[in-house]
Design a protein around this ligand. Sequence first.
Ligand code: C5P
Length: 230
Amino acid sequence: MEPVVAVVVAAGAGVRLGGTEPKALRLLNGRPLISYCLEGLAAGGVDRVVVVIAAGTEADFEAALADSPIPAAYVHGGQDRAASVEAGLAAMAGDPAFDGCRYVLVHDAARALVPGPVVARVIAALRDGASGCVPVMPVVDTVRQLTDDGSVVIDRSQLRLVQTPQGFERSVLVAALAQARQGGLQITDDASAVAAAGVPIALVEGSRDALKVTEPLDLVLAEAIERSRR
Ligand code: C5P
């Protein structure tokens, strides 16, 4: 079977969570978030990872990557998330270990507890022929659009929350991110760039466990989820 590689973006400062170290190194029940990410990706079928980190955090990440269940290298990130993803993809392009890897997953380190089956569903969609795939969750709240009179409620049955890892044909993602950058497109995820390039995106079922650890309450919830898995 063709190998699957992942770019894990972990170069953000994690300002909303607080603390001084990068969010991906924050401890969740005693282990860094990034360690859980690597386990979830490996459990779902990822063969090799490039972690994108901020300059100055190398030593701490080296220690955290040492117990990775799959080979994990790191590169430095960029100004924003998209630039960090591009940096991870560029590192793969220059490394023979990644030559011929047709599929790439992009994962936010903040979604530390992504379950292996979610990762596996994304990979399966790619192997079934999708060029892009995202895990999604239904919206449980009623959603109101900001308008002058605040009167517009959006039909939530037509909405989905998008998680990571997002999976792509590697060449499709590389081209779409370059196109988005050149066009000045503001994107918060990779599938938006790929969709803007006209490529359909397959949807698979995500998981509440794959919550994005963003604010302190998310860490409390993630710690409870992790405890319940033991
Ligand atoms: O800021 P946001 O929550 O969208 O960040 C999502 C992910 O992108 C985080 O895992 C963060 O570490 C990463 N990121 C990055 N490089 C940046 C900004 C964010 O790798 N310059």
